[in-house]
Design a protein around this ligand. Structure first.
Ligand code: GH3
Ligand code: MG
Ligand code: MG
Length: 467
């Protein structure tokens, strides 16, 4: 067995390369040709996949032959050359592995073509190890002793394949939108088909410019980004996507064919979530996508919980009060007038006592929907706690704000909540504050509107009070 620790670049012979790489690539080509004879429906997806594997195995064999003749004619290649050669070989190998796995997935267990492609995958995995072992850098770039070989890594990865991971079983993830950016059409379609099979919605773009156009016009939940593309490379695309509105926190997974830790680190530093090396093991791709999406869902749930009231979806106490502080700043900056209306459901305890807490909760949700319809989009509306809410409007005169307040009260009174067999009428009382009555601080303003609410309760409820 040939091991990297046993050989330097200059010791690797043409015979090693021919036996370890060229023959396996050629045997994949012949196996595809054999499979093409057996396949009955020439227009099927399977038949197209076989053609992809065939073409890519030929490409691979050509690259290997070229490499063998280079070795023959020159001294050992430089570190950079080695990386490029490995990268170039990984692209077709990626297609061989990816398409073969799709063929295997598509066919019944006992199908003879499926058997052929199980062998192709085995040979291609082995070939991948051989590329790592035989296309080596000069000693200064060599792996240090005891480092895991790509063979170890491959074994580890193929064990992941045995763990049947189904993205579609995770409801929260199915239907999420994924954008694949890769200049290689076949790569795109391998990823895309597998992810679509798992219930995700997939979009494809072939280069950075198209990808940026896409993200500027719509939203996605995750981006799979090839690092090496003609024109704009992945790192530039990554940086630009991060600046697009709404994209700062969208997970971006880098797909890299380079064995170059520096470019991977560069991407991670620029905000990439994770990376995958080519050839991409499809089950690893699924797991990484699932975990990035899950993490993002959790993150946005946390943000959601910190800002919004869970029952009504309105701003919670903390965020409505901090939003109101902006009214205070605007008032001091250019005298922008504002009004605050605090409302509280009348005899709410009775609703809970008579109909139960659940109906009480529904009443709170009903009220939120009714009020949203009669205030302006730019107005603030939040739940202070219990059955008490607050509405804030600025750039509004005192008389106009009284109208708004009365409209809110009236809307709650007239839009009764429908229960299964009856309707449930309820009303609110409200206390108004307006900045033209004199302003000292937001705390004082809130106190005034609260006092006015108290007066409204005392003066009979279902009314709004000013002073
Ligand atoms: P008033 O007209 O004077 O405001 O009388 P009220 O009954 O509305 O006021 P009170 O403060 O006596 O009762 C408020 C009730 O609201 C008591 C509390 O259990 C209930 N409550 C507070 N938060 C919630 C909630 O989230 N859901 C439900 N269903 N009830 C709540
Ligand atoms: Mg009340
Ligand atoms: Mg109350």
């Amino acid at each position: 067995m040939i091991g990297r620790d046993q050989m330097s670049a200059s010791e690797i012979s043409q015979i090693d390369l021919t036996q370890g790489m060229l023959f396996p690539a050629q045997s994949i080509t012949s196996m595809c040709q054999e499979a093409q004879h057996v396949v009955d429906d020439l227009d099927s997806e399977v038949s197209e996949d076989i053609a992809h594997v065939l073409n890519s195995s030929k490409k691979l064999a050509n690259l290997i032959s070229d490499h063998i003749s280079t070795i023959e004619n020159t001294d050992t290649p430089s570190g950079l050359d080695t990386r490029t050669i490995r990268h170039d070989m990984k692209n077709p190998l990626n297609v061989v592995l990816g398409c073969s796995k799709l063929i295997i997935d598509d066919l019944p267990l006992d199908d003879s073509i499926r058997q052929i492609f199980l062998q192709v995958v085995e040979i291609a995995n082995d070939l991948q190890n051989q590329i790592e072992l035989l296309i080596v850098d000069e000693p200064d770039n060599k792996n240090f002793d005891g480092a895991a070989t790509s063979g170890d890594i491959e074994n580890l990865l193929s064990s992941v394949d045995q763990f049947k991971f189904e993205l579609s079983e995770i409801d929260r993830i199915s239907g999420k939108k994924i954008l694949i950016v890769d200049d290689d059409k076949i790569n795109r379609s391998i990823f895309s088909r597998r992810l679509e099979q798992r219930g995700l919605e997939v979009f494809q773009r072939a280069n950075g410019v198209e990808a940026l156009e896409f993200v500027n016009s719509q939203s996605v939940d995750l981006i799979l980004l090839d690092l090496l593309m003609p024109g704009m490379n992945g790192i530039e695309v990554l940086e630009k996507i991060k600046l697009v509105d709404g994209y700062a926190n969208i997970p971006i997974l880098i797909v890299s064919g380079l064995d170059d830790p520096r470019s991977i680190v560069m991407c991670l530093r620029r905000g990439a979530t994770d990376y995958l090396s080519k050839p991409v093991e499809l089950s690893v791709l699924e797991i990484k996508i699932a975990s990035a999406l899950e993490k993002n869902i959790l993150q946005s749930n946390l943000e959601q919980m910190a800002l919004y009231d869970q029952l009504t979806g309105l701003f919670n106490r903390h965020s409505i009060l901090s939003a109101l502080e902006e009214f205070e700043s605007a008032y001091y900056e250019d005298g922008t007038d504002f009004g605050i209306l605090t409302i509280d459901i009348d005899n709410f305890k009775k609703i809970n006592d008579t109909y139960g807490h659940d109906i009480g909760d529904q009443a709170l949700q009903h009220l939120s929907k009714v009020v949203v319809q009669v205030i302006r989009g730019q107005d603030l509306f939040g739940r202070l706690g219990g059955e008490e809410f607050i509405i804030g409007s600025n750039h509004i005169s005192f008389p106009d704000f009284i109208d708004v307040s009365e409209r809110v009260r009236k809307a709650v009174e007239t839009n009764n909540m429908a229960l299964q067999e009856e309707i449930l009428p309820f009303t609110v009382s409200g206390g108004i504050y307006h900045s033209t009555t004199g302003f000292s601080s937001m705390a004082e303003a809130l106190k005034t509107s609260d006092q006015n609410l108290y007066n409204a309760k005392n003066r009979g409820r279902n009314r709004v009070e000013i002073d």
